[in-house]
Design a protein around this ligand. Structure first.
Ligand SMILES: CC[C@@H](C(=O)O)C(=O)SCCNC(=O)CCNC(=O)[C@H](O)C(C)(C)COP(=O)(O)OP(=O)(O)OC[C@H]1O[C@@H](n2cnc3c(N)ncnc32)[C@H](O)[C@@H]1OP(=O)(O)O
Ligand SMILES: [Co+2]
Length: 143
């Protein structure tokens, strides 16, 4: 496995609007991307750029959203996952499974338009880890 850059930190929230105001007014965030729905992942997403990474605000979308359980346990929201880039998502999945880690489902298109997978937090010391294939043109830091 080749572990690439930290792409984003996922933060679950019951309200993207309130979280955006908090990051803007308390922390001085200035580059706040337009929010969009990702029905296939059951989330609404809003990226906030930092100089070296991104915060991914995620709000539940639809009844099957994977965020419902997390927000039931953490009603105010909280840090949900970390996402690292990898060069080849299928190779990463095969290697993780060969090492005995539980990969949640098949690779799916994520918020950056490339394939993503999730590794169960029980196999990652309590941290839900997302891996995403590096976009062909590089990430937002190259934009
Ligand atoms: C925007 C698109 C995409 C991107 O491109 O960036 C995204 O990031 S989408 C993000 C949302 N999608 C996902 O999270 C998909 C993968 N997640 C899942 O399949 C589930 O959330 C889960 C990880 C299987 C958890 O399901 P849940 O129903 O909430 O909980 P369980 O009851 O199954 O919990 C088992 C166990 O794990 C602990 N847990 C759950 N979520 C987390 C978490 N985010 N971080 C750390 N630990 C977590 C939970 O507390 C349970 O612990 P125990 O009670 O000790 O067993
Ligand atoms: Co994510």
């Amino acid at each position: 496995m080749i572990l690439g850059p930290l792409n984003h930190v996922g933060v679950a929230t019951p309200s993207i609007e309130r979280s955006v105001a908090m990051y803007r007014d308390l922390l001085g965030a200035t580059v706040i991307r337009e929010a969009f729905d990702l029905p296939a992942q059951g989330v609404r997403v809003c990226f906030i750029d930092t100089p070296n990474s991104q915060i991914e605000l995620i709000e539940p979308l639809g009844e099957a959203s994977p965020l419902h359980g997390f927000l039931a346990r953490n009603p105010a929201g909280g840090q949900h996952h970390v996402c690292f880039e990898v060069p080849d998502i299928h190779a990463a999945k095969a290697e993780l499974e060969a090492k005995g880690a539980k990969v949640l489902g098949e690779p799916r298109i994520g918020a950056h338009g490339t394939l993503v997978i999730f590794v169960h937090p029980k196999d990652m010391g309590g941290v839900l880890v997302e891996l995403m294939e590096t976009p062909k043109g590089g990430n937002h830091q190259n934009a």
